[in-house]
Design a protein around this ligand. Structure first.
Ligand SMILES: NC(=O)c1ccc[n+]([C@@H]2O[C@H](COP(=O)([O-])OP(=O)(O)OC[C@H]3O[C@@H](n4cnc5c(N)ncnc54)[C@H](O)[C@@H]3O)[C@@H](O)[C@H]2O)c1
Length: 403
């Protein structure tokens, strides 16, 4: 009886071309081929076990190599660890950045580490984890501090995510300005506040801009990049590249405007939905169905201009057919509704109570469908090639002027 020997062709320890142990016998063949002293079943390790061990070692080496490669990338500072701060921390760690989180409420940052660990494990188990590192490795890249200066020190990029309040943004950016070094990006997650509002008088104002994500950023890749007139072009392009690197889809808001692009589009929809319900035209349930079973389904794949293009024989034809109708309907929209609930004001149009759905944004059962949809998109590799547009906004023929 012979002791198992390792297949000499076994190439499992070849790691990135650097450490090839191909053909290196793990047992001295002269020993292994010599007459056995005892039955191979009685001794450990046999070649079979060594082979298994070799496989594990390979996996470990590969993980260490990936981890070392990624974790040398540099530091990202997260200031404010609420819903958005936590999401940013996960996104940056998924790309291998060292992330340090800070919150003025120390319980918020320690809770954040626990929640993030839990989330990363869940994502890994459902095969939705981003990046090539394991959940454990990603979590190990995230640390916390109770000191803002320690958080910011040595960071390439600071992502501020404190509550949406102009005064708070001004205070925190003043502090960040005093701690920043030249070249450090000072980036806000604000949803609507223009960067010039909180950066005008700062020494490092050329380093300040906005990267506004959409909730939940882990599943929804869009990020609006908003600059003020004094933001350095280099800071803008670095932030765009960073967003691409972590798997987000940056779009540029070329001029400062209140609400940027995403929320201006979103609020136009919300305002009209509110009007239709408050004027008794449609029920809340039917309004939601129009989006979830209708417009939203096509907007998941196509933008509004692509939809116009495909709704007719190109954009010019769309304008010819529909521009008048769109203009006439739009003139009936009426004043901006004030969204206040019954208790709040006499200007009530609808009771917010009637709109309540169970759960919060992230715990609601319907919302849980989003990660599943993401998985389906990933699996079928939806062809997201854009529709070639005939006319861009500036070139769209104005039917009314022609008439
Ligand atoms: N929630 C969303 O849907 C969403 C989407 C995109 C962007 N944003 C924007 O992201 C920002 C954060 O929103 P959020 O929903 O995460 O808020 P949040 O209330 O969940 O979290 C804010 C966190 O900031 C902390 N904080 C307050 N003052 C601080 C300070 N001076 N220093 C450090 N930490 C401080 C709070 O303790 C809290 O943990 C806002 O500007 C918001 O408009 C939110």
């Amino acid at each position: 009886m012979e002791i198992d020997t390792v297949d000499p062709k076994y190439d499992a320890l070849s790691v990135d071309g650097h450490t090839s142990l191909k053909n290196v016998p793990l047992l001295d063949e002269s020993i292994s081929r010599s007459a056995p002293i005892v039955d191979h079943k009685d001794i450990l390790p046999t070649g079979k076990y060594i082979k298994a061990f070799q496989g594990h070692l390979l996996k470990l080496l590969q993980e260490i190599r990936l981890f070392v490669k990624h974790s040398n990338k540099g530091k990202i500072a997260i200031v404010g660890c609420g819903l958005i701060g936590k999401s940013w921390a996960m996104l940056f760690a998924s790309a291998g950045y060292n992330v340090m989180i800070y919150d003025k409420d120390s319980a918020a940052s320690s809770d954040a580490l626990v929640t993030i660990k839990d989330e990363l494990n869940k994502l890994e188990n459902s095969q939705l984890l981003r990046g090539t590192l394991t959940a454990e490795q990603q979590h190990s890249l995230i640390s916390r501090t109770e000191d803002l200066e320690t958080c910011v020190k040595g960071a390439l990029h600071v992502q501020e995510s404190v509550p949406e309040c102009e005064e708070m943004k001004k205070i925190i950016f003043n502090k960040l300005d005093s701690l920043a070094t030249d070249g450090m990006t000072l980036c806000s997650s604000t949803s609507c506040i223009m960067p010039s509002t909180f950066s005008e008088n700062l020494k490092h104002r050329a380093q300040v801009l906005v990267a506004h994500p959409a909730n939940p950023p882990y599943y929804v890749p869009i990020v609006e990049i908003v600059q003020s007139t004094w933001t350095s072009p280099d800071i803008v392009s670095r932030t765009i590249e960073l967003m691409k690197e972590i798997g987000q889809k940056p779009v540029t808001v070329k001029k400062e405007i209140y609400g940027f692009g995403i929320n201006r589009m979103q609020y136009a929809i919300i305002n009209e939905c509110w009007r239709l319900v408050s004027d008794g035209v449609m029920s809340v349930e039917d309004i939601d169905a129009v989006m979830s079973e209708g417009l939203g389904m096509r907007y998941a794949f196509l933008g509004p201009f692509e939809t116009c293009q495909l709704n007719a024989d190109g954009m010019a034809d769309y304008c010819r057919r529909y521009a008048n109708g769109i203009f006439n309907v739009s003139e009936t929209f009426g004043p901006v509704p004030k969204m206040e609930d019954k208790a709040g004001s006499t200007k009530i149009t609808i009771s917010a109570e009637n709109l309540d759905v169970p759960g919060t944004f992230l715990t609601n059962a319907n919302f849980q469908a989003l990660p599943v949809a993401v998985k389906v998109f990933q699996k079928i590799e939806v062809n997201r090639q854009r529709v070639p547009l005939y006319g861009r906004v500036g070139k769209i023929p104005d039917r009314r002027e022609q008439d």
